[in-house]
Design a protein around this ligand. Structure first.
Ligand code: UD1
Length: 337
């Protein structure tokens, strides 16, 4: 297939581009580089030997995006593009809704005009809110008690895609609910390159280990979990990328939703220890107050994706820490250097 990756230069997009090319697909990337680097694309080209067409455009600006995509044919789209900083979304809700919703609307209209019937959407486990039971399966209620505009925009986009599919039954859409993507390509040539202070745990730990930051703040140690710190389901970004390929290759008309996670929860302190072991560096930390909006524990029940997509995670948290460390130590300033 020839696959359009919106936001294809980003963390998950770049790893997915690499996996798709290695599986024999062609990719076209669309990105506005507002939170990504052309250097990531160059490195995917270097790793794969492929030449990757890149369209620089803001998908939320529908006329600009349509003009930029004029004459660019594709059989499927994977829609990664969007803003993703939870805290920022609380401060700038209208920008978050505008970018995250307008981009989906523009893409859906463009696909319908062009007759492109395959869509994979980057959703998030955040749509489950504070889960009623763990591990969560796809039947768990979604869109209840979400605590920030970023999370709502993911849930709203799921609904928009469902409604678009109901109105255009030929559309085949897959909603992928990611758990916590971590790690990097084992080469260390591509990885996660957050701008400013990382919001997420693993990139923060990696910057502490490499000496860029003094210590990690552990957000809360009195949750009802194994050691009192928050528990999440960390999934290696290469496993996640393979999940996209598997979903794309099995798309049928209709809407399907899949959890992409490992099925195993790890606490913040377990991640700290795994990273120390993988890197051989100490990761000093101090306990800080719990972060507003955080849940105590969430992990995926990935059995639907395991069965129907014939996909499962094959990489451990230790593998993810090792690969994140390879990336971080070789690229302490990300793609900037
Ligand atoms: C967060 C978002 C989620 C989003 C995901 C991907 C929130 C509430 N949720 O997930 O919507 O889809 O990122 O970007 O922000 N932690 C620390 N210290 C830190 C950073 C994190 O202790 O400096 C802890 C958190 O409290 C949590 C765990 O580490 O228990 C994972 O945090 P993080 O990586 O930010 O992911 P989520 O909060 O699960």
């Amino acid at each position: 297939m020839r696959v359009l990756l919106t936001g294809g230069a980003g963390y998950i997009g770049s790893h997915t581009a690499l996996v798709l090319i290695e599986r024999g697909h062609e990719v076209v990337l669309l990105d506005d580089f507002s939170n990504s680097s052309p250097e990531a694309v160059r490195r995917v080209e270097e790793l794969t030997g492929a030449r990757i067409p890149v369209i620089e455009a803001d998908l939320a600006d529908r006329s600009a995006a349509a003009a930029a995509l004029e004459g660019v044919d594709f059989d499927a789209a994977i829609h990664f593009a969007g803003l993703k900083a939870v805290g920022e979304s609380v401060v700038e809700p209208t920008r978050y809704y505008r970018v995250n919703i307008d981009s989906t609307l523009a893409l859906l209209d463009l696909m319908r005009e062009r007759g492109v019937t395959r869509l994979v959407f980057s959703s998030s486990a955040t749509v489950y809110g504070d889960p009623e039971y763990v591990p969560v399966d796809e039947a768990h209620r979604a869109g209840v008690g979400l605590t920030n505009p970023y999370g709502w925009s993911k849930f709203m986009n799921e609904q928009i895609i469902r409604d678009a599919q109901a109105a255009w039954p030929r559309l085949g859409a897959v909603l992928l609910r990611y758990f916590n993507p971590v790690g990097a390509h084992p080469s260390g040539r591509i990885g996660e390159d957050p701008s400013g202070i990382p919001n997420n745990l693993m990139p923060f730990i990696a910057q502490v280990a490499v000496g860029k930051r003094e210590r990690l703040s552990v957000f809360g140690d009195a949750y009802p979990t194994v050691d009192g710190t928050g528990v999440r389901d960390y999934i290696h970004v290469m496993d996640l990328a393979e999940g996209h390929a598997a979903a794309l290759e099995r798309i049928e008309a209709g809407v399907e939703v899949y959890n992409l996670g490992s099925g195993t929860g790890s606490s913040v302190l377990e991640v700290v220890r795994a990273f120390e072991e993988a890197s051989g560096r100490p990761v000093p930390y101090a306990v800080a107050p719990a972060r507003a909006g955080d849940v105590a524990e969430i992990a995926a029940d990935p059995s639907r994706a395991n069965a129907r997509l014939r996909w499962r995670t094959t990489r451990s948290l230790a593998d993810a820490c090792r690969d994140a460390w390879t990336w971080q130590s070789a690229n302490p300033d990300g793609y900037a250097a």
